[in-house]
Design a protein around this ligand. Structure first.
Ligand code: BGC
Length: 335
């Protein structure tokens, strides 16, 4: 006679199976600096969608530009049993503590978009070629305004990218400044990349120079927006060329309207996807091929994957941002 499986066993299995499946789901941590800028909202959305595809349990924390909070949030993620941590640090050097803690727990870190500096430990860096971003900005603005008074703004001093963008841009601005063709009337970092802070700085520079400013190097669309408000208050918006970065909707609208001269397109959809794929590969013990590319963090060379940034102006905005589906025509050209 056939032995029947007891109904109790069947019920128990039905109850336990989802729990087993749950326990087996790969957990990945994601720590982001902010959600106040559109680009970081997109990064989060892309990574959440990609995690769903891979059936990954992505645990997300946002630090709101607070280095201490980021350490505490990452400790918490580590204690939740994540296998990999995708970390976009608010403060490059103090975030090395997070790498220490993750390493002790056997967790690999992917330094996302922004490099964690001063860590001797083993981790990956996934970003864009950020010196190139600055070069594109510097090349653009010096071509447009080869002579004149410049406001030079850099991003947050706690963000390694801000230094790289500045370094790239200065390759073009400094030789002309040394020659005396360009006069840098202001050269400042913008705390936490805040648009309101950029606006204040631009107001100060305009006042101090009786509005005689010919060009503005703004490191991203947020700070450009702040500065354009200061220019607009003096009737100068659209008259003074100004750079940007991130291809945010507001930046694209200003380009179309003529108050912002350019932006840099970094496809965060690609970056987000790569991050999750890399994290899954790391968790599965697969080797990550960085093709020998490295970026020095002050203590060691970090194996890096760097994607390509592109300049966007009124002329190629449709092709770069709209045809690629990054922004929609309706929103960019809204009346
Ligand atoms: C990013 C930029 C962003 C800035 C402010 C940088 O690290 O690379 O895309 O505009 O942070 O959030």
């Amino acid at each position: 006679m056939k032995r029947l499986i007891s109904p109790v066993v069947v019920i128990l299995a039905a109850l336990l199976l989802p729990a087993v499946a749950q326990a087996a789901r790969l957990k990945i941590g994601l720590s982001l600096p902010t959600q106040r800028e559109e680009r970081w909202v997109k990064d989060k959305q892309v990574m959440e969608a990609e995690a769903k595809k891979f059936d990954v349990d992505l645990r997300v924390q946002v630090t709101d530009n607070d280095a201490g909070k980021q350490v505490a949030q990452c400790e918490n993620l580590i204690s939740q049993g994540i296998k990999v941590l995708i970390l976009a640090p608010h403060d490059a050097s103090s975030a090395s503590v997070i790498i220490d803690k993750a390493s002790k727990a056997g967790i690999k870190v992917i330094s996302y978009d922004r490099l964690v500096t001063e860590s001797p430990l083993d981790y990956y860096y996934l970003s864009f070629d950020n010196v190139k971003v600055g070069e594109l900005q510097g090349e653009f603005i010096t071509k447009k305004v080869p002579k004149g008074s410049y406001i030079v703004l850099a991003g947050s001093p706690t963000d390694n990218n801000a230094k790289l963008f500045r370094e790239g841009a200065m390759k073009f601005i400094k030789p002309l400044a040394d020659k005396g063709d360009i006069k840098v009337v202001m050269d400042q970092f913008v705390k936490d990349w805040q648009p309101s802070e950029a606006q204040k700085l631009c107001e100060q520079a305009l006042t101090a120079n009786q509005n005689k400013v010919d060009a503005v190097l703004a490191p991203n669309d947020g700070t450009a927006g702040g500065c354009i408000q200061a220019l607009a208050a003096q009737g100068l918006a659209g008259k003074v060329p100004i750079t940007g970065q991130d291809a945010e909707l507001s930046g694209a609208i200003r380009i179309v309207q003529g108050t912002q001269s350019m932006t840099i397109f970094k496809d965060t959809r690609e970056l987000g996807k790569r991050a999750v794929q890399m994290a899954v590969d790391i968790a599965n013990g697969k080797a990550i091929d960085t093709k020998g590319q490295v970026v020095n963090n002050g203590k060691r060379d970090v194996p890096s994957v760097l994607l390509t940034p592109f300049t966007v102006t009124k002329e190629n905005l449709d092709e770069r941002l709209i045809s690629s589906g990054y922004l929609t025509r309706e929103k960019v050209y809204k009346k």
